[in-house]
Write a protein of this length. Structure first.
Length: 319
């Protein structure tokens, strides 16, 4: 049994190559209709409420209509939180809060108060990539014809550009020149001045970069001797604190990895930074505390845990 430690989500917009078998792609949809998820509270009770699901679905429809109206009338932007409030959605219970989290934070890794409403997009159909070769195999296949021209482990330090061409210098002093350059640095790299540009980037571009900070998203995989949780693809944990280990995904669901007994926990934002700033044993202890609240004190101890860091100093400034 293998599970690659790179990215796992692919949207329906991606063009997949023959390197990725359809058997290794599994749909993810937090459907209000077929109930691929359950909402449980801190007492372990199933509090999935059809009325709440319908209420949020209606709020989403109103958001789309409001977005179209604001775009047509060229009204100023506002946060997704403000937009939700304006259409009558109030996450005033843990159940409502975690449902909202599963649609917004889980998808965009930002709290609604930090998300631009006009930049907000409705959810696409997503797939979970369980191919043991990893998500990266897609791009390696696409690069087959020019892989010998790709230089890896070259950390860029300085970019000098004019209308006549571009010169790139690495931290090791190597220099590369070209007629044109395509900048694919993350906004974290650009905002932290990890790369020096000559001339400096224009002020309008600096402001735009600052408006799109890098989001924090941490995936935690926990292996157990056997499965003891719900037979739902997702269990939404309605904790009194929003974002406290809120999304539990059953890796056995939809035959992703049958018999694996792996639970996939996702955290974002400040909780992601907290998890990545503490030891694995601390994180596992916290998760086991919540699991025992829901499923009882007799559940088995974990056999192992790994988590994929996306916010460490190295990954935070990754291009």
């Amino acid at each position: 049994m293998l599970l690659a430690l790179d990215s796992h989500w692919a949207t329906s917009h991606y063009i997949l190559t023959d390197r990725t078998s359809p058997n290794h792609l599994h749909r993810k949809k937090l459907s209000y209709v077929d109930y691929v998820f359950a909402i449980r509270n801190e007492q372990g009770e199933d509090i999935t409420d059809r009325k709440v699901l319908k209420e949020f679905a209606e709020a989403e429809e109103k958001l789309i209509a409001l977005q179209e109206l604001k775009s047509k009338d060229q009204r100023p932007d506002m946060s997704v939180r403000a937009a939700l409030s304006s259409v009558g959605w109030k996450p005033d219970t843990p159940a409502k809060s975690v449902l909202e989290y599963s649609v917004l934070d889980f998808e965009f890794a930002e709290q609604p108060k930090m998300e631009s409403f006009m930049g907000f997009e409705s959810r696409s159909l997503d797939f979970f990539v369980a191919d043991p070769r990893g998500y990266g195999s897609i791009f390696l296949k696409m690069a087959d014809n020019f892989r010998d021209r790709i230089l890896l482990n070259k950390i860029v330090k300085h970019v000098s550009y004019t209308r006549y061409g571009i010169r790139v210098t690495t931290v090791n002093g190597e220099t590369f020149t070209a007629d044109y350059g395509l900048c694919t640095f993350s906004t974290s790299v650009l905002a932290n001045d990890s790369v020096i540009f000559s001339p400096k980037l224009p002020q309008w571009k600096v402001e735009a970069i600052s408006k799109v900070p890098l989001a924090y998203y941490t995936k935690i995989f926990i292996k157990f001797p056997y499965k003891f949780w719900d037979s739902h693809e997702f269990i939404l944990y309605a904790h009194r604190i929003r974002g406290h280990y809120p999304i539990w995904m059953d890796i056995e669901a939809r035959d992703i990895l049958p018999g694996s007994a792996i639970l996939h926990v996702t955290v974002t934002g400040e909780m992601s930074l907290k998890v990545e700033g503490q030891s694995d044993s601390e994180t596992l202890k916290e998760i086991m505390t919540e699991l025992r609240k829901v499923y009882g004190s007799n559940i088995p101890n974990a056999q192992g845990k790994i988590h994929c860091e996306m916010s460490s100093p190295t990954n935070d400034h990754k291009a």
